[in-house]
Design a protein around this ligand. Structure first.
Ligand SMILES: [Zn+2]
Length: 454
């Protein structure tokens, strides 16, 4: 998968920023110069201007005159000879004009384009760093098409301060010092990578800076620390697992310096190696649609979705079911599809979270039909949910296990004391050890750590 990475760069030495602006200006000048040369040559080579047409017509007319004269040569000897002399002189003059016109084109080519002369021109003009002349030419070849311009499909480009500064990807070398990433020797400066990062995948869809592996959904609030992703990406670059290309620098409207590049990331499931026995507990709760927590590190936990939207979608279905009218079947079906789509999104997020944290297992409660009052799912949705999550997890190499649901919400995740009488809706409070916790979070921990499989 080709993804675009954006990193915010900072440098203590502020002269770095003006250096980048100057370089950008010089590179744009080179691009504009190169483009002007390419365009001039294309015009000479491909476009018949008025002059060539005039010359060609004149030559043709002269040649046909000669033909006519030849036919009449016997009858009118001397007069015709004189006229032919005049015509021949004219013909020589015209041929010379044509020759000059062709020579102009050849001279232009010889001076600016023969072998590496465009590069040579750009270099000797001293407006560009030597190693980026290739990038300039590559970009010009990509950007310029006389054909498209003549058809009016595009106009001749200009490169201005909004054009990013292309940099040589091979020269970007990351270095890890004191918990921070730096770029080693960027034009002689020590440049720090700030902790923000974002991705655009091949569909050019924005992928949140906090949730790289996800199929994104704005309704969900992601709270994974993004330093983890930065480490993940840059480590893979350092270890040469990801190749970076098309690198450039640009300033945002707020004057932040951004480095952009593309990386070719191998599909994640190709290389998924889980941490042995790491389990993600999933509590399908009352207040949150799902609450996720790891068995071996309970500080890694996550709420998914608020219940409002889900309850609303489910209520509409129940309402129509009461009416039991054929007319409403289409609406019912539509709502059912909507609910299933929503449920699939939740599954995507659970799988992503599990993958992200290298889980080997996902633990779910084995719920009976009569227990559906306990969470936001009804029997039909839950059966589908189970089927789909197993399927999706299997694709990623994660195993779904079902555990005994007894006491998952009544048991204290810290001391193990079971509050039998207590059906918990708000915060869980342990009367034995005093633990106070979101009740769905408490249940998720118990589910993640349960060995009572069914
Ligand atoms: Zn307790």
């Amino acid at each position: 998968m080709i993804s675009k990475v954006q990193l915010n760069l900072t440098c203590k030495d502020t002269s770095f920023y003006s250096f980048i602006r100057k370089e950008n200006f010089k590179q744009n000048k080179a691009l504009n110069t190169g483009l002007a040369l390419m365009h001039s040559y294309s015009i000479l080579e491909n476009v018949s201007g008025g002059e060539e047409v005039k010359i060609e017509k004149e030559i043709k007319r002269t040649l046909s005159k000669i033909e006519n004269l030849k036919k009449r040569i016997d009858t009118n000897g001397e007069k015709i000879n004189l006229e032919q002399k005049k015509i021949n002189t004219n013909l020589v003059k015209l041929s010379k004009l044509k020759e000059n016109r062709l020579k102009l084109k050849d001279d232009f080519r010889d001076n600016y384009f023969e072998s590496d002369s465009l590069q040579h021109v750009l270099k000797t003009m001293n407006i560009i760093q030597e190693d980026t002349a290739d990038l300039v030419i590559e970009k010009l070849n990509k950007d310029y098409s006389l054909n498209r311009i003549l058809k009016g499909e595009e106009s001749l480009k200009t490169y201005n301060e909004n054009t990013p500064l292309m940099i040589n990807s091979k020269k970007i070398i990351f270095k890890y010092i004191d918990n921070n990433f730096y770029i080693k020797n960027m034009f002689g400066y020590k440049v720090k990578v700030k902790n923000n990062i974002s991705f655009l995948n091949k569909y050019n869809k924005f992928v949140s800076n906090k949730y790289i592996l996800s199929r994104i959904d704005e309704n969900f609030n992601h709270d994974i620390d993004n330093t983890y992703i930065l480490d993940f990406i840059i480590n893979n670059i350092v270890n040469k697992k990801y190749n970076i290309f098309n690198s450039c620098l640009r300033f945002t409207k707020d004057n932040l310096l951004i480095m952009e590049f593309l990386i070719d990331m191998p599909e994640v499931n190709d290389k998924y190696i889980p941490i042995k026995k790491r389990t993600l507990g999933v509590d399908l709760g009352m207040r949150n649609i799902a609450y996720l927590c790891l068995n071996d590190n309970i500080s890694i936990h996550k709420k998914i979705g608020t219940s409002d939207k889900f309850i609303k979608a489910r209520k509409i279905i129940n309402f129509h079911e009461l009416k039991n009218s054929d007319k409403l079947n289409t609406v019912k079906l539509y709502k059912k599809v909507e609910l299933e789509t929503y449920s699939n999104r939740i599954i995507n997020h659970i799988i992503d979270f599990a993958k992200y944290n290298f889980c080997e297992y996902i633990n779910l409660e084995k719920l009976q039909v009569n227990e559906f009052g306990k969470n936001l799912f009804d029997g039909w949705t839950y059966a589908n949910f189970q089927k789909n999550i197993e399927h999706e997890a299997a694709k990623e190499g994660i195993i779904v296990r079902y555990i005994n649901p007894s006491f998952t919400s009544q048991k204290c995740s810290k001391c193990g004391y079971i509050h039998k009488s207590n059906h918990i809706l708000s915060d869980f409070k342990c009367s034995k050890c005093g633990l106070k916790l979101d009740s769905d979070y408490n249940a998720a921990i118990n589910i993640a750590r349960s060995n009572d499989f069914m």
